[in-house]
Design a protein around this ligand. Structure first.
Ligand code: HEC
Length: 133
């Protein structure tokens, strides 16, 4: 019995392990609001992109580790690709509703969405040439 439990635990670890393996970095993103397929490259959505800069300047002003603004720590890997799309499509966060995003243009928000989507949780795959070299 014990052995069966151990074996099934090992088995589910193997299955889970393969499920959480990173997918490759996405090459495009369908922007639901505009129905435009946005092509993602390192230049326009990598960590040196404009979207990354907007995130640092306009979001990390609050969402840093141990901040005193009551904001959770956020980085691109805090959410999956689908979850980041939902953040920007629905604009449900409290800070979006209270006007903290107002000075960003619609295009700035799309660039920010591109950056966070491209670098979201599970998007790093060491076997993908794009991620490795
Ligand atoms: C003035 C401070 C402030 C700024 C600037 C700010 N936020 Fe927030 N944000 C908050 C607070 C406070 C909350 C509510 C507490 C929480 O859930 O983190 C929140 C909530 C959120 C949430 C929900 C939390 C979660 O874990 O899902 C997301 C996503 C988010 N913000 C994203 C952003 C993005 C993207 C930007 C930049 C465009 C941004 N925030 C800018 C203060 C801020």
């Amino acid at each position: 019995m014990r052995r069966a439990i151990l074996l099934s635990a090992i088995f589910s670890l193997v299955i889970l392990g393969s499920a959480v393996d990173g997918e490759a970095t996405p090459k495009k993103r369908l922007d639901e609001a505009t129905q435009v397929c946005r092509i993602l490259t390192f230049q326009n959505s990598g960590w040196a992109s404009e979207g990354s800069r907007i995130f640092t300047e306009s979001c990390k002003s609050c969402h840093t580790r141990d901040n005193d603004r009551g904001a959770t720590f956020l980085h691109s890997e805090s959410k999956t690709m689908a979850a980041w799309n939902r953040v920007f499509y629905e604009k449900y966060p409290q800070c979006a509703k209270s006007g903290q995003w107002d000075r960003l243009s619609a295009e700035d928000l799309r660039k920010l969405n591109d950056y966070l989507f491209r670098n979201a949780a599970n998007t790093y795959n060491p076997n993908d040439a794009d991620d490795c070299g």
